[in-house]
Design a protein around this ligand. Structure first.
Ligand code: FEO
Ligand code: CA
Ligand code: CA
Ligand code: CA
Length: 596
């Protein structure tokens, strides 16, 4: 049946039904095209992708693997030319290399993997047919796991960050597990280093109890790593090079306007499994950055700069504003519900009709001063999780993207899921995380006093199948919404509607991209805009007036599948191995996205 007409600008499209097709399925009336795939040339002169003859030298000039966060930075007023900036989160060697032997990776395969990490900057041009295509430009650049980064802020130069290759503790080679990110108001890109633990080997050979506690809290465990990189570079071996792991897990900043610039790691924003970070500028000009630590029972953070922003995106403004993220106060969130005693873990709404309450930003450190007993400031920044444990922050259901909505000023956080909520030995339900065994996640809306320490909050969505009584869609009629499970990334259109991608849909459908109004009578009216292919996660959404892009990450990543026996043939079809790619979607008639 035809959907009821939705009067909210930006979300007037016919929803896509849940499905499991090995395709990107978009709303009726929309067209799509691949923008760039893993292995496509980025740097001028780069070779074309040749799956049977891959090399590190080629990969260093080609689009990396597993594109996640993406942003389009317009180079002109019309948006005809933009810079696409993309994170490459992690590698899946069995899906990359034909005949891959996980017990004996070759040195070349390992070096290809290093080159497939990091970020890409590539100019893209809007074509007459609506599609978006890469183009040569002086901006085109690859940042990899061997690109030098400058460590900055209050922990730079700390003994905790010194290694034999970098006795000053100020220069790190590369970035990895870059998950989400954001565009800053000054035109640079922030990117979060997330599951950095998985690449480090031999934690179980570390005997010092303090070192072991720190490694454990960051999930660095076991002996040989899955990818065996420690065979080719000792920095991946924590028993031999104990501080290298401390040099990952930061918010990094890159300046896509200056291809010669050295990327930065900002220690003032703390070290954890950063999903990403997003900033807003307070009325007084200070910069406020929000960041989630994506782990079950981990925390939500806020950084407030001491200095004030220089307006604009000039080179001078970019240099000044980047330095603001090196000096400020790092806080962690504590949530207090207003319906105590009514949270039974089933998702049943309290009598006041909302999961809501107030919260407090607890300061952890400011510049070189620590507020956490037993922790130096350097320890707060490098072992932020342990400092946040000590002050009693609220354990959340995996905070993913946290972004301010530029239209209504509220801050939205995707809490993707937490199957362990309420299980033996773990925290039970609370009003901000109201379901035990939370399979489908929820979306939090924060009304923050930007530079202050108090906030109000409510849950916008408690996700899942709308027929499931534990779900909540902002009070909207559940018979009219799309099912949604495991929200991860958030974006906003110019009307202020929230767009969400999902990762790990636990319902009977592939992941996808959804739009939901956050104000007015349609608040909570979730509609699905697209679904992604088999095994893929949808991430990195960009929503413009006449264009949407989405990252299709890890297509074909299904248990037992490999490059030799792919579970997906997207996007190239036939018998091809799948390739993570960015896809553009536009209206067939050239009109605005989501306008009737
Ligand atoms: Fe890489 Fe938290 O998703
Ligand atoms: Ca309540
Ligand atoms: Ca993510
Ligand atoms: Ca995720």
């Amino acid at each position: 049946s035809a959907p009821a007409r939705n009067p909210v600008p930006g979300t007037e499209f016919p929803p896509v039904a849940p499905n499991t097709r090995d395709a990107v399925v978009v709303a009726d009336g929309y067209q799509q095209g691949v923008v760039i795939r893993w292995g496509d040339p980025v740097v001028e002169g780069a070779p074309e992708f040749d799956p049977a003859h891959q090399s590190a030298a080629a990969q260093e000039e080609q689009f990396g693997y597993n594109n996640d966060f993406a942003e389009l930075i317009a180079l002109d007023r019309t948006g005809a030319e933009s810079l696409l900036v993309c994170n490459h989160e992690y590698t899946s060697e069995e899906h990359m290399f034909l005949g891959y032997d996980e017990n004996n990776p070759t040195e070349e395969q390992v070096k290809i993997a290093w080159a497939a990490h990091g970020l890409s900057v590539v100019k893209v041009e809007r074509q007459a047919d609506g599609s978006l295509k890469p183009a040569p430009s002086r901006y085109n650049r690859r940042i990899t796991l061997t690109t030098p980064f400058e460590l900055r802020g209050p922990a730079a130069g700390s003994d905790l960050l010194k290694t034999s290759a970098d006795p000053t503790g100020t220069t790190v080679l590369g970035t990895q597990n870059n998950c989400s990110g954001s565009l800053t108001p000054w035109g640079t890109i922030l990117s979060g280093e997330e599951n950095i633990n998985q690449y480090f080997a031999h934690a179980d050979a570390v005997t010092d109890p303090v070192a072991r506690e720190r490694l454990d809290r960051y999930g660095v465990t076991g002996m040989a790593s899955t990818r065996k990189w420690e065979r080719f570079d000792e920095r991946w071996d924590v028993a031999r090079e104990p501080n290298e792991v401390n040099r990952f897990g930061w918010i990094v900043e890159i300046d896509p306007h200056d291809p010669t610039s050295t990327p930065v790691k900002h220690t003032a924003l703390g070290r954890f499994k950063h999903e990403g970070a997003a900033v807003t500028i307070a009325d007084d000009g200070r910069v406020v950055a929000y960041s989630g630590d994506d782990e079950r029972f981990d925390y939500l953070y806020k950084f407030v700069s001491h200095g004030k922003v220089k307006r604009g995106t000039s080179a001078l403004a970019r240099r000044h504003n980047t330095s603001l993220l090196d000096d400020g106060t790092l806080h962690v969130a504590k949530f207090t519900g207003n319906s105590p005693g009514e949270i039974d873990g089933t998702g049943k709404l309290p009598a006041d009709g909302e999961f809501d309450g107030v919260g407090e930003w607890i300061p952890l450190a400011s510049g070189k001063e620590s507020f956490v007993p037993g922790f130096t400031a350097e320890e707060v920044y490098v072992f932020t999780r342990l400092a946040a444990d000590a002050v009693g922050a609220t354990k959340m259901d995996r905070p993913e993207d946290v972004q301010p909505n530029p239209v209504n000023g509220k801050v939205y956080c995707a809490l993707t899921n937490n199957s362990n909520r309420g299980s033996a030995g773990n925290a039970g339900a609370d009003e901000a995380n109201p379901r035990v065994g939370n399979k489908h996640g929820h979306v939090l809306e924060i009304d923050d006093d930007t530079t202050g320490t108090r906030f109000g909050w409510t849950l916008l969505l408690v996700c899942g199948d709308p027929d499931d009584p534990s779900t909540y869609f902002g009070g909207f009629d559940k018979s009219r919404v799309s099912p949604i499970s495991c929200p991860d990334n958030v974006a906003f259109d110019r009307h202020g509607n929230l767009w969400l991608t999902t990762d790990g849909n636990a319902l009977d459908s592939h992941d996808g991209l959804f739009a939901v109004p956050v104000e007015g009578p349609e608040r909570g009216h979730v509609k699905q805009f697209l679904t992604v292919p088999t095994g893929a996660e949808a991430c990195g959404p960009v929503v413009r007036d006449k264009l949407v892009t989405v990252s299709v990450q890890h297509p074909g990543e299904v248990d037992g599948a490999s490059a030799d026996e792919p579970a997906s043939h997207w996007p190239d079809g036939g018998t091809s191995q799948p390739r993570p790619s960015v896809v553009a979607i536009w209206r067939a008639d050239g009109g605005e996205i989501g306008r009737g």
